[in-house]
Design a protein around this ligand. Structure first.
Ligand code: BTX
Length: 327
């Protein structure tokens, strides 16, 4: 089956806004037979689209499935690169594992891996990532930027800014970024970002940006140990979020901000990151493996290193720490 015709058909049905489209009209538009139209309609139904077929009038779209399956996402997607290739799996251990494998096999820049649930979702430093079925966005994006491996951490910051913009746009909520890369709403974590790298002597082969975004969980959907610290967009806004719309907005903004970063450098991204940050300008306590420092978070360097000024006036570069706000 030709996937592009199916996408076009889905888009056409969505745009018809509940009006019937006849099989003949669709066949003429797409240059295929009426039987082929009917087969595509059956495929869409198999994917969970509810389509009424009325004799002599045609097909009416009644509802689209609440899944992250590519037809539903790509139909109204506004990107040029990111998400043009998509891999969807109903359940998997981790989208990062699949993305690494696809990257090694040479998949295109901008390939996206999406799933409904992860059985071994991972955070940074081998931490676990809670990925409740059909409640969130569990996604990995493969990028192949022409930059030196030292610049990889900046992509995490680019992604964080893009996630904040997407959440603002779709929900009206005002998330904040907590250094290094937690996205918080009302002080609770609603998104985590994990950037991994495949590189060799020639430079970056692939960057795998993993995004875990809590969309429609209720508190009991989180495992007990994170119920106090985690939140979802639905918990914060009181409204169910359309996950498909959110994925489209995420991919759109990630494409926009990676373009800005590659064409204009890091300065604009850094300013935006700092403006969204709940850490910068604040008194904080930074717990590191060997010491704890208290001071004012002044900003980040171009490598994403946190600049902390202690009471004795010294400026410290913090590479890895747990941050607590002091007020
Ligand atoms: P992180 O190390 O900053 O955060 C992990 C910590 O966050 C955990 O130790 C736990 O305390 C808390 N946590 C776990 N799950 C959740 C959750 N759903 N909501 C809020 N807090 C939670 C952040 O790591 C990076 C996470 C990336 C996840 C994506 S999902 C798609 C891709 N595949 C994959 O396996 N990981 C990435």
């Amino acid at each position: 089956m030709n996937i592009t015709v199916r996408h076009k058909l889905a888009k056409r049905l969505i745009e018809a806004g509940g009006e019937a489209l006849s099989g003949q009209q669709l066949a003429d538009e797409f240059g295929i037979s009426r039987t082929a139209v009917w087969k595509h309609i059956k495929d869409l139904e198999d994917q969970g689209y509810e389509i009424e077929s009325i004799k002599k009038r045609g097909y009416i779209l009644k509802s689209i499935p609440d899944t992250l399956e590519p037809t539903a996402i790509q139909t109204l997607l506004k990107t040029k690169r990111i998400g043009q290739v998509m891999k969807y799996i109903e359940s998997c251990p981790s989208t990062q594992i699949i993305a690494h494998k696809l990257a090694q096999e040479g998949t295109a820049d901008g390939t996206v891996v999406l799933t409904e649930t992860q059985t071994a979702g991972r955070g940074r430093l081998a931490r676990k990532w809670d990925s409740a079925p059909q409640k969130g966005i569990w996604m990995s994006i493969i990028l192949r930027p022409d930059v030196v491996p030292q610049k990889a951490p900046q992509f995490t910051l680019v992604a964080a800014v893009a996630v904040v913009r997407a959440i603002e746009e779709v929900t009206g909520l005002k998330p904040e970024i907590k250094w290094p890369n937690d996205i918080l709403i009302n002080g609770k974590k609603c998104t985590g970002i994990l950037t991994e790298l495949q590189s060799d002597a020639d430079g970056i082969q692939a960057l795998i940006i993993g995004i875990g975004l809590n969309a429609n969980q209720e508190v009991e959907d989180f495992s007990p140990e994170i119920q106090e610290i985690a939140s979802s967009l639905k918990m914060a806004s009181g409204k169910e979020v359309n996950r498909q719309e959110l994925v489209r907005a995420l991919l759109f903004h990630i494409e926009q901000f990676t373009n800005i970063y590659i064409e204009q450098g890091f300065a604009i991204i850094k300013l935006m990151w700092e403006s969204y940050s709940s850490t910068i300008g604040q008194p904080i306590r930074a717990r590191m493996a060997k010491e704890t420092l208290v001071g004012i978070a002044e900003g980040i360097t171009d490598d994403g290193v946190l600049q902390l000024r202690t009471a004795d006036g010294k400026l410290h570069g913090i590479y890895s720490a747990d941050i607590e706000m002091q007020n």
